[in-house]
Design a protein around this ligand. Structure first.
Ligand SMILES: Cc1ncc(COP(=O)(O)O)c(C=O)c1O
Length: 405
């Protein structure tokens, strides 16, 4: 069969694939514990539901402007003012089908084949594949000091004449690391100096712990005119637990938004109006669900860290935000995909292999589930991996016997 070079170069999204496997196993009644999830379990905010219901009941659900309903853009403009202290105009905003599409159309609008896109490692699984979809080259940068916190020199050393953009995601999926103010200030200045686009993927910016706060990238930009090359992306997926609604957005200069809109117009003609209505409801509605989610996640992180700290040989860096813990399990094996499969097969615990995020030997564990899931999930993992574990484990009525070393 003849398939395109680009098509063949793109790998399956492992996170989505494992979610699918989890759904199948759960439907079969398997006692699965899902520690792989990238979505909060809380309910959709009531304001989102009410806002959608009005349009749904009207029975008149039509195309919307490609770059989003005017009301949606107003909600994003207000959001940007509140969280970034920046006043933008409707022409600076595009609404897309999730932050995923917002980032994708931004990359399609700025990248030529062979261009390079830099992002710190560990990184969100989709960045390399998105760059490749544009025929461009992903350049993951590993902090030389071995931490999850990149330094400006790590990025600087990788800038070449082909570099077109840098993507920064803080707090970070999968590490939960919140990059320092100094780093954000430096990266904004570096990108300005080198004429690079800076994509700030701020999707977790309201899910930060320990009283820390997101750093506002615009604060350090010297050029806030229509030549500004900062692109801020976000969505309702994580903060409002609305992953299934698929609504995200980008803020950028007007020319770039125009080009992104042209591209999106031929892809999806814009996100569904009904779902935009829901997002408008969530963004303009009562915000208590976001803080309540943040507090739950902070507590879940505490429990997860307690469990992992009692796990011999596992090394953990305390996350500053998000709902992930990216733990070093290399003492139990360097091949994280193999380890993840082993844990799913043997004890029905779903984890995300670190190799998908750029670091083998690590597993990404999610704190989105219940405390019971976190405690029991880590107990099962410990039983499966630690050779000093007792020979048997009961999962409900089911007796498991260790037949491996
Ligand atoms: C870092 C990061 N960026 C973007 C996305 C995309 O989010 P969505 O398309 O659901 O808005 C995700 C989802 O997992 C993510 O973790």
């Amino acid at each position: 069969m003849s398939l395109s070079l680009i098509g063949r170069s793109i790998s399956e999204s492992m996170t989505l694939k494992l979610n699918e496997i989890a759904a199948i196993l759960s439907a079969k009644g398997e006692p699965l514990i899902h520690l792989g999830g990238g979505e909060p379990r809380s309910k959709t905010p009531i304001d989102a539901i009410n806002s959608t219901a009005g349009l749904l009941n009207s029975g008149e659900i039509r195309y919307t402007p490609v770059d989003g309903m005017p009301e949606m853009k107003q909600a994003i403009i207000r959001y940007t003012e509140e969280f970034y202290d920046r006043k933008v105009e409707p022409e600076n905003v595009i609404t897309s089908s999730g932050a995923k599409q917002a980032i994708m159309v931004a990359l399609q609008a700025i990248l030529d084949p062979q261009d390079e896109v830099i992002f710190p490692s560990p990184y969100w699984v989709s960045y390399p594949e998105m760059a490749k979809l544009c025929g461009a080259i992903p350049v993951p940068v590993f902090p030389e000091d071995g931490t999850f916190y990149p330094r400006i020199q790590d990025i600087e050393q990788n800038v070449t004449t082909y570099t077109k953009a840098v993507i920064i995601n803080t707090p970070n999926n999968p590490s939960g690391a919140l990059y320092s103010e100094e780093f954000i200030s430096d990266i904004v200045q570096l990108c300005e100096k080198q004429g690079l686009y800076l994509i700030m993927d701020d999707i977790y910016h309201r899910l930060i712990f320990d009283g820390k706060k997101q750093i506002n990238c615009y604060k350090y930009a010297k050029d806030l005119t229509e030549n500004c090359k900062i692109i801020v992306t976000n969505s309702v997926s994580k903060q409002y637990a609305m992953t299934g609604f698929r609504i995200g957005w980008a803020i950028a200069n007007k020319k770039l938004i125009e080009v992104m809109t042209n591209i999106q117009g031929h892809q999806t003609a814009g996100p569904a109006g009904l779902l935009q209505k829901a997002a408008i409801g969530a963004i303009n509605g009562i915000q208590s669900s976001v803080e309540s989610l943040r507090l739950t996640l902070e507590n879940n992180r505490r429990v997860m860290l307690e469990q992992l700290n009692a796990f011999d040989g596992v090394k953990v860096t305390k996350p500053d935000g998000t709902f992930y813990v990216f733990a070093d399990f290399s003492i139990y094996g360097k091949d994280s995909a193999k380890m993840s499969k082993f844990l799913l097969d043997k004890v029905r615990v779903l984890t995300m292999p670190g190799v998908e995020f750029g670091l083998d030997g690590y597993l990404r564990l999610s704190t989105c589930g219940s405390i019971k899931d976190i405690v029991e999930g880590i107990e099962r993992m410990k039983w499966a991996l630690d050779p000093n574990s007792p020979n048997e484990l009961f999962i409900g009525e089911r007796k498991l016997v260790r037949d491996w070393v």
